[in-house]
Design a binder for this molecule. Structure first.
Ligand SMILES: NC(=O)c1ccc[n+]([C@@H]2O[C@H](COP(=O)([O-])OP(=O)(O)OC[C@H]3O[C@@H](n4cnc5c(N)ncnc54)[C@H](OP(=O)(O)O)[C@@H]3O)[C@@H](O)[C@H]2O)c1
Length: 222
């Protein structure tokens, strides 16, 4: 079985996710709708979000152990390159009860040893990058993750959309036009070469959440 997968992004009216200023309280306040079992955070999103925080090397390993009675979601991060190193700092945030890292055969052994050392579980799936179909099946079966929300940019969104693994797309449309020609839309798809690959959506919900901001939720038609 596969978990239900939701993309939730703030976008400009022209579908861009960079150079945006948006209200984080409003953005994350809406996610309770899904009652997620896990957040799937893109490694680049995570690295950017925590770049200014300094890892405290003195904390004990036990301090990042998950409490089985804790109802907060897990944080799941695809990180085949072994780049995310600030796990103590990340898990000191109040949002998640623990973490699982998705790795591939290419992930350096040294990184897997580091994860073992700080008692963070990992799933190995895929050769170069993470094989998400396998990883998501294992998250469902081994960790009971039935609903997972992406907190990622266009790269990870794009990989999962192109693999047909996304069930819902939620967009908070900000009142701005970013313009430019960079590919930083919420859906990057370098392998999309014709109309044949365009993904069809069905509107599930439309809400005006502030004077200027509209929230759209779509079902992905498969
Ligand atoms: N506006 C919004 O709502 C919003 C929300 C979140 C983030 N953002 C912004 O988005 C930006 C980051 O987005 P991003 O697109 O650069 O990165 P990202 O989606 O955060 O991270 C890329 C992820 O995709 C994986 N990946 C890359 N290529 C892959 C492949 N071929 N197969 C499988 N997995 C693959 C990477 O895993 P590996 O590490 O294993 O390669 C990585 O975990 C930041 O600027 C952030 O602020 C905006």
């Amino acid at each position: 079985m596969l978990p239900r997968v939701i993309i939730h992004n703030a976008v400009s009216a022209d579908g861009r996710i960079d150079w945006l200023t948006f209200d984080l309280g409003l953005f994350y306040g809406l996610v309770s709708r899904w009652n997620e079992d896990a957040t799937l955070g893109g490694s680049d999103t995570l690295l950017k979000g925590f770049e200014e925080l300094v890892e405290d090397q003195n904390e004990t390993q036990e301090e990042i152990q998950a409490d089985p009675n804790d109802k907060r979601p897990l944080l799941v991060v695809p990180d085949s390159g072994g780049r995310v190193r600030k796990w103590r700092t990340i898990l000191r945030q109040p949002y998640w009860r623990g973490a699982i890292v998705l790795c591939s055969e290419k992930t350096p052994k040294e990184y897997l040893d580091y994860l073992n050392g700080i008692k963070i579980n990992y799933i190995k799936a895929g050769k170069e990058h993470v094989d998400f179909k396998t990883a998501l099946e294992r998250l469902y079966e081994e960790y009971g993750i039935k609903t997972i929300r992406l907190d990622s940019g266009g790269t990870l969104n794009g990989v999962l959309l192109r693999e047909g693994l996304v069930d819902e797309v939620s967009l908070l449309i900000n009142p701005s036009l970013v313009g430019g020609t960079s590919p930083n839309s919420f859906f990057r798809a370098s392998d999309l070469t014709s109309y044949e690959g365009v993904i069809k959506l069905q509107l599930l919900n439309l809400e005006k959440v502030t004077d200027d901001i509209v929230w759209l939720i779509y079902k992905v038609l498969k």
